[in-house]
Design a protein around this ligand. Structure first.
Ligand SMILES: [Zn+2]
Length: 297
């Protein structure tokens, strides 16, 4: 159902891609803002400064564990002070209950601690300046943040399959293990967006496996709500799109479906800036005059 000519800009892109310039390729991860922050919030906490350092171990053994939300905090600070409780009155009671003459109320002090667990190494570097903090790095996230995830072979892969989607005229393809799984381009059906066509063209499979588990999807236009949700059901791993679209819901300027906590599957989203591609915001497929996507919310 390919009735339209590709826009001029896309045609220009086609010719430049024959000799892909890997240096010029930009692939921008669309990340949760929580991961992009280098600092995390702090909150006040009560700690006790112990003059006799030998008492520390003894005291810790008698204190209850910190509540779940503060499990990222180490109990003892660099200066040997020990975390007691978030609340001042509770802390005083806890100190009195210890009944240890060395541990006195006058040694209670208010300090700052990281209010949440650091999610990235950068946040950890910030947090540990505030108070000793535990951290379990997510290596995949670290590679995305420092850019090392985008290897030369991955660049070749992204250019190859993005080009394939472009050649389908605003198309959508799914790829598993570098093999084409399914493809689609916009149809005349009111809901015939490229993603829906791609899903409809999937080879039929029996069993309860999610067909797209681990698949990469390449799209020319940023998907609408309906299509983005279809890809959640499809259980894809990564989505790459070339152009932002007016009814797209993955870019940074508002509610982003792939970052919605209540959704039961999350895929990674990347904006692909191919060499010589100008980032113009498109109308997501001119086939549909009434937009399903805006009614969806
Ligand atoms: Zn759509």
């Amino acid at each position: 159902m390919l009735t339209e000519e590709p826009p001029q800009k896309i045609r220009k892109l086609n010719s430049s891609i024959e000799t892909p310039n890997l240096v010029k390729l930009e692939v921008i991860p669309i990340l949760d803002p929580k991961l992009k922050c280098s600092e995390i919030p702090t909150t006040s906490f009560q700690a006790i400064q112990l003059e006799n350092k030998r008492v520390i171990g003894q005291i810790i053994g008698r204190l209850k564990e910190l509540p779940e939300e503060f499990q990222h905090l180490k109990r003892v600070g660099k200066d040997g002070s020990v975390l007691i409780s978030e609340n001042k009155n509770d802390s005083e009671q806890i100190v009195l209950d210890l009944g240890n003459p060395v541990v006195q109320l006058k040694n209670l002090k208010t300090i700052l601690v990281p209010a949440i667990k650091p999610l990235t190494r950068r946040q950890f570097d910030f947090a540990k300046q505030v108070w000793p903090t535990g951290f379990h790095p997510n290596h995949e996230i670290e590679r995305i943040l420092d850019g090392s995830w985008l290897t030369e072979s991955l660049k070749v892969y992204i250019i190859k399959w993005s080009q394939y989607a472009i050649d389908l005229k605003n198309g959508c393809i799914s790829v598993q293990n570098d093999v084409l799984l399914s493809s689609g381009s916009p149809s005349t059906h009111p809901l015939g967006h490229a993603v829906m066509e791609m899903v409809g063209n999937l080879p039929k499979r029996t069993g309860s496996d999610y067909l797209g588990t681990g698949a990469d999807v390449f799209l020319v236009n940023e998907p609408c709500a309906m299509c983005s949700m279809a890809l959640v059901h499809f259980r894809i791993k990564r989505l790459f799109y070339v152009r932002s679209s007016k009814n797209g819901i993955l870019k940074d300027d508002g509610w982003q479906l792939h970052l919605e906590p209540s959704i039961n599957h999350h895929y990674e989203v990347y904006k692909v800036n191919l060499p010589e591609n100008e980032d113009d915001v498109c109308d997501n497929g001119s086939v549909n005059t009434t937009c399903f996507c805006t009614n969806f919310k």
